[in-house]
Design a protein around this ligand. Structure first.
Ligand SMILES: [Fe+2]
Ligand SMILES: [Fe+2]
Length: 653
């Protein structure tokens, strides 16, 4: 091999050179710099070990006899972490025990001072060729291939998880498996509180696996606002440093009182520890992985350089996945926040509509959970947690279109109500008419008997109008005919045309035009909901939410885009929940709450008319799903025995 070829090999390598004698060091660095571009120079073994831990070193060249930590002791420590690192020891000592120690440590070369430069170059050549031809690394090679495969397996496992807690669990267990540790902890950074929160802790020996930890979070700052330099996880996080500790009981750099108290309590011995921060590409802290007690041949040993590399790779993967997940969670939180604020605006306008949305969400959940349990009518249907959430969101949003419905129509308590109840105006007209009759009597135009008859007639007519003004009153045909006559009264204007029209409403308080305006809320709901940027998993929410006034015979109300689409079972669940809530609620200004028996009676009519899904109502009834809701939301007077004919209807159907 020519010198040029040798330099091509040696130049990219990094050498750790440790020597306490400044003059020797100066000369050696001159020689070494001809071969290596990067020389990490240290004055003693301790510094050498520190530099080794934070740099990627290819070759070590070290003196033996040095202050603080000798070359032999330093190599001993380093070899625990990387037993195959090429090492050259240089010393003035010729004693046998140094040789013995060096041999035990599998040192590649032992050169005596004064240094024979040719011998040194020869050793550098040998070692460099070995590194390149992978001879030095061939033992590592198999292990690394194995570890890479494991890393790939773990990546696959992590990325195929959907649940965030499971993702964190898989990351920690993966890191533990890769490094063959006995235990570990995963912390996530809480930016708001500036703390590291315990998320998962696991320990094989103690058979601990806890993902619901309530341990106190670790503060990044002390009470006096100084950085917490005592806790190893916090230091690793704030200094962005991998920390590898051989024995926590021998380390005085950090406060391990927590680990020691844990050991005492659990009769355990925390020894080696590897702590690594997880930071994203913008160098923002995501969390910390802490592994304890590396296992080797059934004993606790120190974490190696290979462990560090693998855990670093694992941490990068974990960071990416956690960050993506948090991004999704943040977006979801934004979406829910948006939904809440729309509902808040709606509740400012109409309290019961917000309550209605919430109650429909509760009922939807009761019905969907009932379907999951039911083995007779819906044995094949099982909703996942995501689908349950999809239903909940749909229910929460289904009536948000009412935000545009005029309040006097939405809450029209009587037939004559506009922005106020016109019954009072009509009453005034009747009073004036009665006064006119009194005047006629005083002017002797009519006699007392006629006066009394006319006044009593007016009183009766007003009572009739007042009665008809109630939306829940079922009027007789002759009563409608009578108000038409009142409106035609040529002497007094007692009822306007519009008042007569409103009073002539046969069912409820709403005219056909009012109903049209009210029904439009489902169109607005659809328009509003479809504008929300739902993730793929919730893409059906607009349709489920805005189909709640459709009927199974193809009728009902809905936006053009979904009007002709068939109702799915999820759509039908919301329809039933919506009707049940509307019929049972006790806070509507325009109606009294129905009893259980009345509600199921109405359901039987709707089933007979092919408006709602018979199977769903049947299950809702037979499985007693309504009981849970009624106990919580009904007045005692509403909870009545369901009539026999209704029970028979469901049994025979
Ligand atoms: Fe609605
Ligand atoms: Fe509704």
């Amino acid at each position: 091999m020519t010198n040029k070829e040798l330099l091509k090999i040696t130049k990219p390598l990094t050498v750790l050179y440790v020597e306490d004698d400044e003059i020797v060091a100066k000369n050696m660095q001159k020689i070494l710099s001809k071969f290596f571009d990067t020389i990490v120079y240290c004055h003693n073994g301790e510094e050498g070990l520190e530099k080794f831990l934070i740099n990627t070193i290819d070759i070590i060249i070290s003196d033996i006899n040095m202050p603080i930590l000798s070359g032999i002791s330093m190599i001993k420590e380093i070899k625990k972490r990387d037993k195959n690192i090429p090492t050259i020891l240089i010393t003035a000592h010729q004693e046998l025990n140094y040789y013995e120690n060096a041999m035990e440590l599998h040192v590649d070369a032992y050169i005596a001072k004064p240094i024979n430069i040719e011998k040194l170059i020869e050793k550098i050549r040998e070692i460099s060729i070995n590194i390149v031809s992978n001879k030095t690394h061939e033992i590592k090679y198999d292990a690394l291939t194995n570890a890479n495969q494991k890393l790939l397996d773990i990546s696959y496992k992590v990325t195929s998880q959907k649940d965030f807690t499971k993702i964190l669990e898989t990351i920690l267990l993966g890191a533990k498996e890769l490094s063959n540790s006995d235990g570990g902890t995963l912390y996530l950074y809480n930016e708001k509180e500036n703390t590291l929160e315990f998320k998962i802790a696991t320990n094989d020996t103690l058979k601990i696996h806890n993902n619901k930890i309530d341990w106190k979070p670790l503060n990044i700052y002390n009470k006096d606002n100084s950085l917490n330099q005592k806790n190893v996880a916090v230091v690793s996080a704030i200094k962005d440093q991998l920390i590898n500790i051989e024995d926590v009981y021998k380390s005085d750099k950090f406060d391990f009182s927590g680990a020691k108290a844990f050991d005492k309590d659990k009769n355990y011995k925390t020894q080696s520890m590897l702590v690594l921060p997880m930071k994203n590409k913008d160098n923002q802290l995501i969390g910390v992985i802490q592994l304890i007690n590396k296992q080797e041949d059934g004993k606790t040993s120190v974490f190696t350089h290979e462990d560090e590399s693998l855990i670093k790779a694992m941490a990068s993967l974990a960071t990416m996945i956690i960050e993506n997940n948090q991004l999704v969670l943040d977006l979801e939180a934004l979406l829910y926040g948006l939904i809440n604020s729309v509902n808040k605006a709606l509740s400012e306008k109409s309290k019961y509509t917000k309550q209605h949305n919430d109650n429909v969400a509760i009922l939807t959940n009761i019905i969907a959970t009932g379907i999951n349990k039911n083995q007779t009518i819906f044995p094949e249907v099982h909703y996942t947690d995501l689908e349950m959430e999809e239903l909940r969101l749909s229910a929460m949003l289904h009536d948000i279109g009412k935000i545009t419905t005029p309040i006097h129509i939405m809450d029209k308590a009587t037939k004559l109500e506009t922005i106020y109840d016109r019954i009072e105006t009509i009453q005034l007209r009747f009073e004036l008419a009665k006064k006119d009759i009194e005047i006629e009597f005083l002017h002797n135009t009519i006699n007392k008997e006629t006066k009394n008859k006319k006044i009593s007639e007016l009183d009766n007519d007003f009572i009739l109008i007042k009665t008809l003004n109630n939306g829940e009153y079922f009027a007789k045909d002759e009563e409608y005919q009578r108000i038409e006559q009142i409106a035609k009264n040529s002497n007094f204007t007692l009822l306007t045309e519009d008042e007569l029209y409103n009073l002539s409403t046969r069912k409820g308080t709403l005219t056909a035009e009012d109903r049209e305006i009210i029904n439009n809320h489902v169109v607005v709901s659809y328009e509003m909901i479809k504008e929300l940027p739902f993730p793929k998993k919730f893409k059906n929410v607009p349709k489920i939410a805005a189909s709640h006034h459709k009927t199974i015979d193809g009728g009902g109300y809905a936006a053009k885009e979904i009007k002709d689409l068939e109702l799915t079972l999820k759509d039908k669940i919301l329809v039933i929940a919506d009707i049940f809530e509307a019929l049972s609620s006790k806070d509507r200004p325009y109606k009294e709450p129905n009893s259980l028996s009345q509600i199921f009676k109405i359901f039987t009519f709707l089933i007979k008319d092919n408006k709602i899904d018979k199977n769903l109502v049947q299950m809702f009834f037979e499985d007693g799903l309504y009981i849970e809701y009624a106990k919580e939301h009904f007045e005692a007077s509403q909870i009545v025995e369901i009539k026999e004919d209704i029970k028979k209807f469901f049994i025979s159907n």
